[in-house]
Design a protein around this ligand. Structure first.
Ligand code: SF4
Length: 302
């Protein structure tokens, strides 16, 4: 898609380097922006039986959440109290589980917490593509009058076999329908998540993935490496059968080749997932994002 323009950029990016989220947010707000991550007490259709039980194979038992019902105000204020030393403004990130999995009225009761804090300048909502509809998009879009608003859909893999293996229980068609439905809202920043290092992908899968992503209308992408949380279904498979996990050097090489092909107007919202030390089973390098960036930086300097 050669003529693609990120709707949030005034002009096309002219650089060989990738376009980082920090640069994008600094350009938009004129300063560095922090993130407040909350668990708003949602569940997921892949866990409560609507679509399945057990969840995606790589998902930890808490769906990346905290597993306790802590009032949203308390979660926000605790994080603000120590992050305010580094940042003045923040995005409010609804991260745990599926953050559009409720009726519109109850969704709004959670989202509207943003109005209580002057430090919060943006709303970020992570969700599944099969949990969105026009009514929910209208609600989310209503926040764009006042805030930067971002939706993130999990794609994870473009291969049906891999998606079945990971128990995603969602089709590529559902994913593409959600993108099409969302793209008509020009003020909603549209992001997707993908995972690198999934077993059973071909050697050049990352190239195929970059070409597929270039064919979509999206504004940003998060790139995770596959890692195994101790409480995930994948942990049992790993301990019983073993799984070949991607090495850090190979991950970095794939990222580099992927980013070379990827449309430069797509914002790179993240490279590498962040594992908690007490929750990580393997690989251990997933604890150290810094070395991943260092290795990537050296490849760009070559
Ligand atoms: S990764 Fe997301 S979609 Fe999959 S089970 Fe966890 S919360 Fe649900």
């Amino acid at each position: 898609m050669e003529n693609f323009q990120n709707r949030f950029l005034k002009e096309s990016v002219q650089s060989d380097h990738y376009f980082s989220c920090n640069s994008f947010l600094k350009g938009k707000f004129g300063e560095r922006i922090g993130k407040i991550t909350i668990d708003a007490g949602f569940t997921c259709p892949n866990r409560d039986g609507k679509k399945g039980y057990g969840g995606c194979i790589y998902c930890d038992a808490l769906g990346s959440g905290i597993g306790k019902k802590i009032p949203l105000e308390q979660q926000i204020e605790e994080q603000l109290s120590y992050r305010i030393k580094k940042y003045k403004k923040f995005l409010l990130y609804f991260q745990a589980y599926t953050n559009t999995y409720d009726n519109v009225e109850d969704l709004n009761k959670r989202y509207e917490i943003i109005n209580k804090y002057d430090e919060l300048v943006g709303l970020v909502i992570g969700t599944r593509a099969d949990c969105i509809d026009e009514e929910k998009l209208e609600l989310i879009n209503s926040y764009t009058d006042k805030y930067f608003v971002q939706i993130e859909y999990g794609l994870q893999s473009i291969n049906k076999g891999t998606r079945d293996w990971m128990n995603r229980l969602e089709t590529i068609e559902e994913f593409e329908n959600a993108l099409n439905m969302t793209y008509v809202y020009p003020n909603i920043f549209l992001g997707v998540h993908v995972i690198f290092g999934l077993p059973y992908e071909t050697k050049n899968y990352h190239i195929e993935l970059a070409e597929y992503i270039n064919s979509l209308n999206i504004d940003g992408i998060k790139i995770h490496n596959l890692y195994i949380p101790k409480s995930s279904p994948l942990a049992k498979i790993y301990e019983k059968q073993g799984i070949k996990l991607i090495k850090q050097d190979e991950f970095v090489k794939q990222i580099y080749e992927f980013l070379k092909i990827l449309n430069k107007n797509i914002v790179i919202m993240r490279i590498g997932g962040t594992a908690l030390p007490n929750e990580l089973l393997a690989p251990q390098w997933a604890l150290n994002k810094f070395t991943t960036f260092e290795k990537l930086r050296k490849l760009y300097l070559k």
